[in-house]
Design a protein around this ligand. Structure first.
Ligand SMILES: Cc1cc2nc3c(=O)[nH]c(=O)nc-3n(C[C@H](O)[C@H](O)[C@H](O)COP(=O)(O)OP(=O)(O)OC[C@H]3O[C@@H](n4cnc5c(N)ncnc54)[C@H](O)[C@@H]3O)c2cc1C
Length: 268
């Protein structure tokens, strides 16, 4: 690790001031990605601004027909929260499937979304449920937030405060997890929203994306068989030691069909 200073933030205003004053400062949420990256000397922030205990950024609140979840809310809290379980059970289940108990006890919603890891689970929920990312200066619709591999619409000094989710008519998430880490080799959120069907895919491409052919097919007929009849072009999908692009394309299909089967009550 390179040397750095550490400060525990006490207010959001303090965080934004520090980020503006020091372009090499970084927010520290649960440290689940940032600290290993620093240990490997892939990141060398001058200052870590710990937002993990900022009460402004934590907790779940039910608002109208949806939920707002603070950016520093840990995965374990989202998974166990009665309101999340009742309003968007698919989101609670997704959080429960992240990593292992240690990762869920430290990792945060905001850290996961800000990082835009191609294999992270939350981006599939944010895009699939058409959520809104609320920062210290604006609201960003999910469709405009994820820009590419580890890249988002956030400015370098921008802080995610919370994410607002609207209650779907129904939604389910299925993932094929990499067995050592739990990260998605392919994860698919299928959601029926008031505005239509969404199918968001993580783990397969450089960042989360919508599978629009599947959305159209499910709009015509909402069944796993509609997914079976499709094929996803593997060109541009991820290939690594765990799976090549063609295998991932097939996994996406299988996970999408599984998610639909859960919603239609048919076995898969
Ligand atoms: C062993 C292991 C297994 C894992 N398995 C999975 C898995 O199965 N599925 C999955 O989805 N994830 C998995 N993760 C990732 C984990 O869930 C964390 O969400 C992720 O690592 C981000 O960690 P964090 O929240 O602690 O953020 P940090 O590591 O503290 O921060 C990550 C980045 O986000 C920035 N950041 C943090 N908060 C904010 C904010 N509010 N606004 C703007 N920027 C911010 C930080 O500056 C940093 O650049 C795994 C991680 C580990 C170590």
């Amino acid at each position: 690790m390179y040397p750095f200073t550490y400060v525990r933030a006490t207010a959001l205003a303090d965080v934004t001031q520090r980020l503006k004053a020091d372009p090499d400062a970084k927010l520290l949420a649960g440290g689940m990605t940032l600290l290993p990256t620093m240990k490997m000397r892939l990141a060398a922030p001058s200052q870590l601004i710990d937002i993990g205990r900022l009460t402004d950024l934590t907790g779940v609140s039910a608002e109208g027909d949806g939920l707002t979840i603070g950016a520093a809310t840990r995965h374990a809290e989202v998974a166990a929260h009665a309101t999340v379980q009742s309003v968007i059970p698919a989101l609670a289940a997704l959080a429960q499937g992240i990593g292992d108990p240690q990762v869920r006890a430290r990792g945060t919603l905001g850290g996961s979304v800000a990082n835009s890891d191609p294999a992270a689970d939350y981006p599939a929920a944010v895009l699939g449920l058409d959520a809104t990312v609320i920062t210290d200066r604006r609201s960003i619709p999910a469709g405009e937030f994820f820009k590419g591999l580890f890249t988002t619409a956030l400015a370098t000094d921008e802080v995610i405060r919370a994410i607002r989710f609207t209650r779907p008519v129904r939604a389910a998430y299925a993932k094929f997890a990499q067995p050592a880490s739990g990260y998605a080799m392919a994860g698919v959120m299928v959601a029926e929203l008031a505005t239509g069907i969404r199918v968001a895919v993580t783990g397969a491409g450089p960042c989360v994306f919508r599978w629009t052919d599947a959305e159209a097919a499910l709009t015509r007929h909402f069944s796993s068989e509609s997914i079976d009849a499709l094929s996803l072009n593997p060109s541009g999908l991820n290939a690594d030691l765990h799976a090549d692009a063609a295998y991932r394309a097939q996994l996406v299909k299988v996970m999408a069909a599984q998610a639909v089967a859960r919603l239609t009550g048919t076995a898969r």
